[in-house]
Write a protein that binds this ligand. Structure first.
Ligand code: GDP
Ligand code: GDP
Length: 454
């Protein structure tokens, strides 16, 4: 398989719903100059820099992050199309069609000062054929008299017109309420986690040196109350000082009792390891550098990536590594760890203390990657340039297009690509590799799913 190997890669030709669901998409459609861009700016509260026009790149489908009353959604500004298109009605109909396939809700914007036009009616025909909810926005309703005239837009057959003035903000609260009501069920925005100590799992097969490393850190042995969150730390956990910072070490009881050896069954040891990884935010997987990387090591690494946790691999017993062993170890790393090239690696010795001070910076870096959020506009600016430079290969005369992407979540970073069809596995890996090259994510798995819309 591909040398870039992505263990977290999902099946590329299946539309995968993110566990927490991607943000719903609201597309803004309408004739030129009705005020779509102004409305988008109003909705996003001008919190983000608007994407600059890139010469030669059509500025259609530029998405932005928006939120209202604790709900997050993506607004797609279908703004620019060919200003000198010969057949305006056909152009807007085509644009409306694209919006319909990619959106959960469509905002159809008309100019309330002008009233409905032939072009508006052509677009409405298209919109009404879709099952998507359409909200009719009567923009430029700057005053009460225009607002009253907007009532005539009932004739478009899209239901109640929402008079707004995107320029002055009039009516925008009611419009946003209507948008929320039309959105599919979505989770509320998750509040920032309480800033208690970060949770670390120290895992590895028996005898790699877990308890020896633990003994290097000073810890509190009892169950502790986390003063920040006000919650009780699980009694099998303890708070330890690593690099001058307090960390919640998950299942230290298991480490101290040396469960793997004491209970004698690998099965229970492995259950306990899985539980610790699940409870942690970041895992330190200890390997014994003096021995070959084993199947059991691989299983533990897989547990971490499958759980979607940040990962630091510590090559312990580095004091035992001589030039000869180093040569073979490098080869083993190339062969055995190629599916997780993004993991942070440390060469340390619990016995001598070598590089133990590098652990805290590595944990912090992995956690920062794990919680990275790329603003939608920035993500799509990068993606547009990428697919322009390297489009999807043509298969049987057709090539699926990536319409846009959103980051559906963090911890680990999860992305959804909205496309016109399934992507080749190779092309999806390419996008993932480039995403890492651009945004880093050192020490964190990332997930990408594809949502083909037909
Ligand atoms: P788009 O082509 O549909 O994206 O339209 P724009 O957002 O670029 O707006 C076109 C023009 O209409 C600009 O000069 C805006 O300032 C103006 N405009 C937008 N919204 C309003 C509004 O609510 N009231 C008034 N009076 N003008 C508006
Ligand atoms: P655990 O089963 O993973 O908790 O491993 P232990 O901490 O009990 O260590 C197993 C054995 O490896 C003990 O004999 C330790 O003294 C030894 N050991 C642990 N760390 C190091 C190290 O960095 N270098 C060397 N040479 N031996 C180590």
């Amino acid at each position: 398989s591909d040398a870039g190997g992505w263990v977290e890669l999902r099946e590329p030709d299946v539309a995968v719903e993110e566990p927490s669901g991607p943000q719903p998409v609201v597309a803004v459609v309408g004739r030129p100059n009705v005020g779509k861009s102004t409305l988008v700016n109003r909705i996003i509260g001008r919190r983000q820099a608007v994407v600059e026009d890139v010469p030669g790149v059509t500025r259609d489908r530029v998405p932005y992050d928006a939120q209202w009353n604790g709900r997050a959604f993506t607004v797609v500004d279908t703004g620019g199309w060919e200003p000198d298109a010969k057949d305006r009605a056909a152009a807007i109909a085509a644009q409306a069609e694209t919006a319909v396939v990619t959106a959960d809700v469509v905002l159809f914007v008309v100019d309330a000062m002008v009233g409905s036009t032939d072009v508006d009616e052509a677009a409405v025909k298209m919109l009404r054929r879709s099952a998507k909810p359409v909200i009719l926005v009567a923009n430029k309703a700057d005053n009460t008299s225009i607002e009253m005239e907007a009532v005539s837009l009932w004739s478009l057959g899209l239901g109640e017109p929402f008079p707004v003035s995107a320029l002055h903000g009039r009516g925008s609260g009611d419009l946003l309420d209507a948008i929320l009501a039309a959105l599919p069920e979505a989770p509320a925005i998750v509040e920032n986690r309480p800033r208690g100590p970060r949770r670390v799992a120290l895992v590895g097969r028996p005898n790699v040196g877990k308890s020896s490393l633990l003994n290097r850190f000073s810890g509190e042995e009892r169950a502790v109350v986390d003063s920040v969150a006000g919650t009780t730390v699980d009694p099998v956990d303890s708070l330890v000082d690593i690099g001058g910072q307090t960390w919640q070490l998950v299942d230290t009881a298991g480490l101290r009792k040396r469960v793997g050896k004491a209970s004698g069954t690998e099965y229970y040891a492995s259950l306990r390891t899985a539980g610790a990884i699940e409870a942690a935010e970041v895992a330190v997987v200890l390997l014994d550098s003096s021995e070959p990387i084993s199947e059991q090591d691989q299983r533990i690494l897989t547990m971490v990536t499958e759980a979607g946790r940040a990962l630091v691999i510590a090559f312990n017993k580095w004091d035992l590594v001589d030039a000869d062993r180093r040569y073979y170890l490098d080869k083993e790393i190339d062969r055995e760890l190629r599916r997780i090239p993004w993991a942070i690696r440390l060469n340390l010795s619990a016995m001598t203390g070598r590089a133990v001070d590098k652990l805290a910076p590595a944990l912090n870096k992995a956690l920062a990657s794990w919680e990275t959020r790329v603003p939608t506009a920035q993500l799509n600016q990068w993606l547009t340039a990428l697919v322009q430079a390297t489009p999807h290969p043509v298969r049987g005369g057709r090539a699926p297009r990536i319409l846009f992407a959103t980051q559906a979540g963090v911890a680990p970073p999860r992305f959804v690509l909205f496309t016109t069809g399934p992507l080749d596995a190779g092309y999806q890996r390419f996008v993932e590799r480039k995403l890492r090259e651009e945004f880093g994510y050192e020490g964190s798995p990332i997930e990408i799913s594809v949502r083909p819309r037909k």
